[in-house]
Design a protein around this ligand. Sequence first.
Ligand code: CIZ
Ligand code: SF4
Length: 362
Amino acid sequence: MAIAFDSYRSLDDAACQARILEAKSELGKNAVILGHHYQREDVYRHADLTGDSLKLSRLAAQSEAKYIVFCGVHFMAEVADVLTGPEQVSILPDLSAGCSMADMANLAKVERAWHELSTVFDPDEVVTPVTYINSAADLKAFCGEHGGIVCTSSNAGKILDWSFSRREKVLFFPDQHLGRWSAHKMGVPLDDMLVWDYDQPMGGHSIEAIKAAKMILWKGHCSVHQMFQPQHVERFRSQHPDGIVISHPECNFDVCRLSDYVGSTETIIKTIHDAPEGTHWLVGTELNLVERLANEFASQGKTVQFMSPTVCMCSTMARIDPQHLAWTLENLVAGHVVNRITVPQDEAELARLALSRMLEVS
Ligand code: CIZ
Ligand code: SF4
């Protein structure tokens, strides 16, 4: 029988750290720990591989390890399961580590939107469905089935080019901000975009408005990135006229427009890494990553400052704490798999189709 979590609840952090190291060394090459850029420091330090969700899943797919322990959120562990072999096991140390943005779209709501669109035109001829990788596997499968594709914050522009070259319109979910910014960058006017409110019939729009729109943006967002506001950028600019501002495309449109650079976590890291010594940065993305960058680049004389005056962490990812990691690993040592994430096979096949289209395009 698997070891219950209860006894780990009161385990202090120092004891956890020691037990994680011990379990890791016993597991050796059988297990690989993946750590997302937004992961808290006391867990991130145990990662064998680090990166954004896509890079980590690709690395997982290349790894020989039987157990993939994903210190991230639920959709990432699903992608790892879809992209790895049938003998590999994807594990999420705390099942409540979800993504609130991913939860803003679900299959029932997207199917209803597709059905409502079908009263205006045949969406399978007119609309490419594009899902951000931050979404459940059944939505990726929906895109696979309907000629659609997955995108990440690194490749959204290329994916939209591909999508518009095939069909006249795009339905983009769940993040309206990534969709709006990426379409804007490729020259789609804001007037040609509408926000689909999934709680209203026909997304809250007239048939004429739907016929006229090029980009249909799902009404979803990341609650962490919504905390960054234009006034934070303006205050920084007035205090540091030579400062440079970089934001994640999940930030709202005005923050992106006021930024010098907009890019994924991998882009943010690389841009600051490649910048000259002595530069001063304001960064609009999750706090754990920004603090890590601030520490890492301090020795090169680069100052890295967090965009918001309040703490904005990915609180769901932070549920993967040292206690849950220790519990997961010690169970593996004892021969028990806890918190396995599996995507049903038919769904996984269609999700893989949408993911492989993305991998080909980008
Ligand atoms: O795809 C990811 O890992 C996320 C959530 C953001 C990013 O830009 O890397
Ligand atoms: Fe989801 Fe936002 Fe957390 Fe990213 S930061 S995993 S989008 S809740």
